[in-house]
Write a protein that binds this ligand. Structure first.
Ligand SMILES: Nc1ncnc2c1ncn2[C@@H]1O[C@H](COP(=O)(O)OP(=O)(O)O)[C@@H](O)[C@H]1O
Ligand SMILES: [Mg+2]
Length: 206
């Protein structure tokens, strides 16, 4: 049996921006999945927003309200325009059509893509698609943002811009953020780096 994480303990403060680094297979995605209630650990405890796991049920509702995800691939719906894609997470909460639209426009503005609101994902560049995915992650004004190698699929220049955008948005909104990344420069711009090695914490930096 593979232990993806083993003897790992970490605490992230509200509003902290944490870079999660470590070689491929070190457990970054697994840790983000546990933090995001996508996966539950076979042993150990998870607390989010001051509550233990059992008080966070139903997980899908908790996730929809409190957690925004950004993945390596944008996962935009191809047959829905940019605006509609940003609106998608809002359907899980009770919000009027008008409010959804308004919020989606605001978020597209924040990522500099309001002029492409009616464009379909296939007609956007890779960087633009990922910026839409960033806007979508903020749709329900979550407290927590989890990003799994969000720039891994972009060229370095575009990746840099997307990373900057995520960090700026998170700082402005006061989010708690964990970003798994191979980009070593992010360490300088985050509050702290958690380095994983074989499912354990290597050095706890800064
Ligand atoms: N669904 C899975 N089934 C079995 N093993 C997995 C699965 N997902 C990840 N692993 C294993 O868990 C370990 C950690 O993987 P992962 O969290 O994806 O690391 P990282 O994101 O740092 O590359 C690796 O050994 C990987 O092979
Ligand atoms: Mg991974």
């Amino acid at each position: 049996m593979i232990k993806a994480l083993n003897g790992l303990s970490c605490q992230i403060k509200a509003g902290e921006i944490v870079a999660l680094t470590g070689p491929s297979g070190s457990g970054k995605t697994t840790l983000l999945s546990i933090m995001g209630l996508i996966d539950t650990p076979t042993q150990g405890e998870v607390w989010l927003l001051g509550k233990p796991l059992k008080e966070l049920k139903p997980f899908d509702k908790f996730r929809a309200i409190h957690i925004g995800f950004i993945f390596q691939l944008h996962h935009l719906m191809p047959h829905i325009n940019t605006l509609g894609n940003v609106e998608i997470p809002m359907f899980s909460l009770e919000r009027s059509h008008k409010k959804r639209r308004q919020k989606a426009y605001e978020l597209l503005e924040a990522v500099g893509l309001d002029h492409k609101a009616h464009i379909y994902p296939t007609n956007l560049s890779g960087g633009e698609r990922q910026r839409v995915a960033v806007a979508r992650a903020f749709a329900n004004s979550p407290r927590i943002i989890l990003a799994d190698e969000p720039t891994g699929n972009l060229d370095s220049e575009t990746g840099e811009l997307v990373l900057e955008l995520i960090l700026n948005q998170c700082r402005v909104r006061g989010n708690t953020v964990v970003i798994a990344t191979h980009n070593s420069e992010i360490a300088d711009r985050s509050d702290r780096t958690i380095r994983l090695k074989n499912g354990r914490i290597g050095t706890l930096g800064n």
